[in-house]
Ligand binder design. Structure first.
Ligand code: 13P
Length: 250
């Protein structure tokens, strides 16, 4: 059985008190979430320690949104995987399209980040997804396949077993346009097939999340698809009611 996951990527939103209140609201209602769904909160770096204190001892897990591609030392402004683990993070989102696009993250950088995250006991939530023009040109399988091969294929099977994959079509992020459940299922199945080429049956164990304008009104249909194991939620994760309702959509 694959782990069902609903993860909230808060992105660069909430001041510390707002973030703490949101985490508290979610923690107080955690028993409304089915016990087989792993809830994950990914607040900004500045909130991690505080949110960890709020959700510690509950079934929710803490994630960061990024980590450095270096181990430690003179890299002003960076936050290492070891630092994240020391704040209580169990997960780290890597390769989000916003980081690829605005901060020029490449597969080479992501290989280093993945290795450091795994070496520090963090489970990477590795994001892939095509841009609108790539989908319109019919290149989405090629693009997503390359994103998987260039990074994931460097992992040992033991390492892959620690990884969660998130498919987030860039054209669906924050736009209100969701991939149809059929479009999402098609590419999730493709991702699993690609993983199977190298890792065989292990591909069946890997959770693949959908992200991109996922909300209470469409989560149920998306999560009903065979190869969709949950969601990576942006905007709707900033409202406890919506986030919990999404987690109840299985
Ligand atoms: P939205 O849910 O706001 O579209 O964001 C999705 C996302 O990028 C999650 O990482």
């Amino acid at each position: 059985m694959r782990q069902k996951i609903v993860a909230g990527n808060w992105k660069m939103n909430t001041l510390i008190e707002e973030g703490a209140a949101l985490a508290k609201n979610i923690a107080d209602r955690i028993n409304e979430v089915p016990s087989d769904v792993q809830l994950i909160l990914a607040p900004p770096f500045t909130h991690l320690d505080r949110v960890n204190g709020i959700i510690k001892g509950t079934a929710a897990a803490l994630s960061a949104q990024n980590c450095a591609d270096k181990d430690k030392g003179a890299y002003t402004g960076e936050v290492s995987a070891a630092m994240l683990a020391s704040t209580g993070c169990k997960y780290v989102i890597l390769g989000h399209s916003e980081r690829r696009e605005y901060y020029h993250e490449t597969s080479a950088t992501l290989n280093d980040k993945m290795a450091l995250a795994l070496a520090n006991g963090l489970k990477p939530i590795f994001c892939v997804g095509e841009k609108l023009e790539e989908r319109e040109a019919g290149r989405h399988f090629e693009v997503v396949g390359a994103q998987i091969r260039e990074v994931i294929f460097n992992l040992s099977p033991e390492q892959l077993a620690q990884v969660v994959i998130a498919y987030e079509p860039v054209w669906a992020i924050g736009t209100g346009k969701t991939a149809t459940s059929a479009q999402a299922q098609e590419i999730h199945a493709f991702i699993r097939k690609t993983l199977a080429e190298k890792y065989g049956a292990l591909s069946e164990e890997i959770s693949i999340l959908y992200g991109g304008s996922c909300k209470p009104s469409n989560a149920r249909e998306l999560f009903a698809q065979k190869d969709i194991d949950g969601g990576l939620i942006g905007g709707a994760s900033l409202k406890a009611d919506d986030f919990i309702a999404i987690a109840q959509s299985y």
